[in-house]
Design a binder for this molecule. Sequence first.
Ligand code: SAH
Ligand code: SF4
Length: 397
Amino acid sequence: MTATLIDMRPAPLAAPAADRPSLIGLDRDGLAAALADAGVPERQVRMRVAQLWHWLYVRGASDFGAMTNVSRALRDALAARFTLARPEIAAEQVSADGTRKWLLRFPARGAGRPVEIETVYIPEEGRGTLCVSSQVGCTLTCSFCHTGTQKLVRNLTPEEIVAQVLVARDRLGDFPDAATPAGAIVPAEGRLVSNVVMMGMGEPLYNFDNVRQGLSVVADGEGLALSRRRITLSTSGVVPMIPKAGAEIGTMLAISLHAVRDDLRDELVPINRKWPIAELLDACRAYPGLSNAKRITFEYVMLKDVNDGLADARELVRLLKGIPAKINLIPFNPWPGSPYECSDWERIETFADVVNRAGYASPIRTPRGRDILAACGQLKSASERMRKADREAVAGA
Ligand code: SAH
Ligand code: SF4
């Protein structure tokens, strides 16, 4: 099988009802307020929130008309004020290895033009992982990362974070069919999206509030119900936000380490100049709830002749001593114009041997979806920050 590109552009969804706010991504209080606003009497609000929550997140309803246990009058009132429309899918690509990538288009929300982000689905034996974006572009400039070449356009909203999961489940046929009775329990096994990783475009800890709210919807046990143990948030090392992430988001944590010496990490992951390795690892040691069953993942991209020596491998193992950790060696994924090469396979295996001998199992991450630029670090969209002249034109309009 070869990679396929399905261009969805000729048939965009009806212009998303941009003037109507969406109910997707609200927390229960937000949803309650929206229902009260639509005229639902106060004594009914709780019950209606539970009903809607079920339709939105268990059944995956994308229009109010499907909600058969909600009165016609209320459905109409909701439809007049709100939307459940999915973002436009600008393109869908399927890799030869089954990895899928969606280019999603969201409204401008003040950034000038509509913005685009990428979401990737990686099917594996026994699990399906969705790689979700948190920002359009990134403020950070890690030298090996394609997203890092795209300036931050804007943060994604909780709605847009949750919508990535909904679109993936729509497109994968991963919602129970409409005949599923209300209140049905969705089995945890056999689901096509079983894990979420915040490893797409952007630095999630620089969009903290929206990521927290979006992930709380994704983790909600009466809705999408992905356990926090199956959600991993990856950070380049925003040290002051790590304890807050542990306390308020409570998912699994991954750290983009990539170097074991500050001089090299300063170059590869420039946020290191602010918060160097020792401080980063202290924050990791203090991450709540760590145990052998709940470990931090340390990501380490394999760059030829840059960070892939035996001494680096030994130092890595030494540095992580005492932290319940998994090590993930990521073969570097090239992108157009990237300044590095991936380490030779032999080098990666030698490095992995050192890591293995220290007790870390299967540390090499198989590259997936490289043929459609869907692998780690290859995501980038064409969205750009509005030019000054455009901003002024909009402001003056
Ligand atoms: N901003 C967050 C999450 C997104 S990046 C972070 O940096 O952690 C997800 C992972 O892919 C990170 O570990 C990142 O360092 C890694 N990555 C970036 N570019 C890569 C590339 N070209 N090849 C392999 N991995 C890359
Ligand atoms: Fe941003 Fe992460 Fe890429 Fe660094 S690796 S530029 S933090 S997305």
